[in-house]
Design a protein around this ligand. Structure first.
Ligand SMILES: [Zn+2]
Length: 260
């Protein structure tokens, strides 16, 4: 256990179903096994409907090739401590090979689901820009479809530690956008500003055939649900099946303080 207290920063120790620090701050594990380490509170992150839609979509296997690739990428070197920053339902987290795994997300619903299906990881409700982790504690970190937490990566990665960052490729879900929008656009590929050293950058793509239920889940788990006009919704409702491109940019970085 490498988690640290979100209030004072001291190490957290696990005793029965509670994590506590030497200053007697304590955090109970939920029934599913996750812990809420969010200081402050309030509702955050993806809601129940989005989590259900994403879980149903991911379980169809359309993004399994990305999951396989991430597992393989991280397994190229031994990993003792690993964290998935913005882990959602733990779909990618669950397959990573590491002695100690942590998954952080603001969505309690997503974290609760992750903890239920993946006992190999300690999941925690926490923001990725203020991680409940000590300095230089991670061998590897992953972020899929969430912002890269630059300063926290600098702080929490060990020297030579790796960060794998996944963003949508330019053509990701383009066929769906063609249905939804009058003027579909390609995703802009932006380089994140990180002080880590980039070692690799590559793109993986695969098409999948989506039936109406799969399309509906996909629609509900993306920002499209908030951005589509009536005409787009009408065209979408007519669809029975669509062949869609899944495209991902994968970047691998390494912390190397000697070069910076
Ligand atoms: Zn404390």
């Amino acid at each position: 256990m490498i988690l640290s207290c979100p209030i004072c920063g001291n190490p957290l120790l696990k005793e029965n179903r509670t994590l506590h620090c030497s200053n007697r701050h304590s955090f109970d594990l939920a029934r599913s096994g996750y812990v809420n380490l969010l200081s402050g509170g309030g509702a955050h992150g993806d809601n129940d409907q989005m989590v259900k839609a994403r879980t149903a979509f991911l379980n169809q296997g359309c993004y399994e090739f990305l999951r396989d690739q991430l597992k393989q990428e991280l397994a190229s070197e031994p990993v003792t401590t690993f964290a998935d920053l913005g882990c959602g339902e733990g779909y990618y987290t669950s397959v990573i090979e590491a002695a100690e795994k942590y998954g952080f997300d603001l969505s309690r619903k997503a974290i609760d689901h992750a903890a239920k299906v993946d006992p190999s990881t300690q999941y925690a409700v926490a923001g990725i820009f203020r991680l409940p982790l000590p300095d230089q504690s991670l061998d590897a970190a992953l972020t899929c479809f969430a912002p890269a937490a630059g300063d926290e990566l600098d702080r929490t990665l060990k020297e030579h530690g790796r960060f794998v960052f996944v963003t949508p490729g330019p053509k990701h879900l383009y066929e769906l956008k063609q249905v939804l929008y009058e003027h579909p656009y390609e995703n802009p590929v932006k380089e994140p500003k990180l002080s880590l050293k980039q070692e690799k950058a590559y793109r993986i793509e695969q098409s999948f055939s989506a039936d109406h239920d799969t399309l509906l889940n996909l629609f509900q788990m993306t920002p499209y649900a908030y951005k589509t006009g009536e005409a787009g919704i009408a065209r979408f409702n007519e669809l029975t099946e669509l062949s869609i491109t899944a495209s991902f940019e994968i970047r691998v970085y390494r912390k190397s303080s000697s070069s910076s």
